[in-house]
Design a protein around this ligand. Sequence first.
Ligand code: HSE
Length: 310
Amino acid sequence: MKVRTFAPATVANVCCGFDVLGFAVDFPGDEVMLTLNMSQEVTLSKIVGDGGRLPLDASKNTAGVAVQSFLKSIGKQQGVEIELYKNLPLGSGMGSSAASGVAALVAINHLMGNPLTREQLVVHAMEAERIACGSAHADNVAPCLMGGFVLVRDYNPLDVIKIPATKNLYATLVHPQIELKTSDSRRVLKPTVNLKDAIAQTGNIAGLMIGLTSKDYSLISRSLQDKIAEPIRSAFIPGFEQVREAAVRAGALGCGISGSGPTMFALSTDHATATKVGEVMQLEFLKNNLKSEMYVSKVNQEGARILDEK
Ligand code: HSE
């Protein structure tokens, strides 16, 4: 019993939704090959593409932790062997740790006969996030599992909602060649938010929800602003403001930091604009001596998927 799965990159926060909003893209993403065996243990037999940096110890690896948490919840002691194929760069802000955990979860859930729904898998993927970056946020793992734009309305109890958003949005991801650890990018944030910023953020997240569901692209555009994380985190991204301005000048609805960065994302209404936007973003990074990779895709609607099984 063997299955190969794919879990996509995700953009968390989407400017105004710090820790409560994210969306998935079609690619890039991580792959997992998961095999059931008679050992009663969860093991990682290999990790490809991480340059030897991720732990093979299943209790320290996001894929292993997610599977262990899942098996515990369904009360099964099952031998599992995981092969992890990392295509997402570490510390990129593209939901790399989330994708590994989610790919493994979708695989084990499938092989066990799908006892849990995608929504019910979110808590197990959050446990993996806790191991990877010290905080069990859901704004990468929920869209990675469920596809589309997903709102985390509350964490206690967890309430995740797939937003019936317009499907006509294209995402541009530009990943400059620097690395930022999510734990570090979280540590710099202030523990409190001032009232003026809280008011602006609340207006923007509400505006974005309405814009996405009513296909009001001008409202989406006006709402893609962050008063909480970006003003602090942008200091870690050379050329941040120029990159953002260039993206908007080239026709993007908005542009900001993807998750905890350094990847920057933009949203556009067609593929050609999304590509042009990516090119100008790359040029601005180059002016700061930063090479980058660019990915353009539609906002993904399905989330992680089964590739094949034997
Ligand atoms: N919401 C999280 C953060 C996402 O911004 O720290 C991390 O990928």
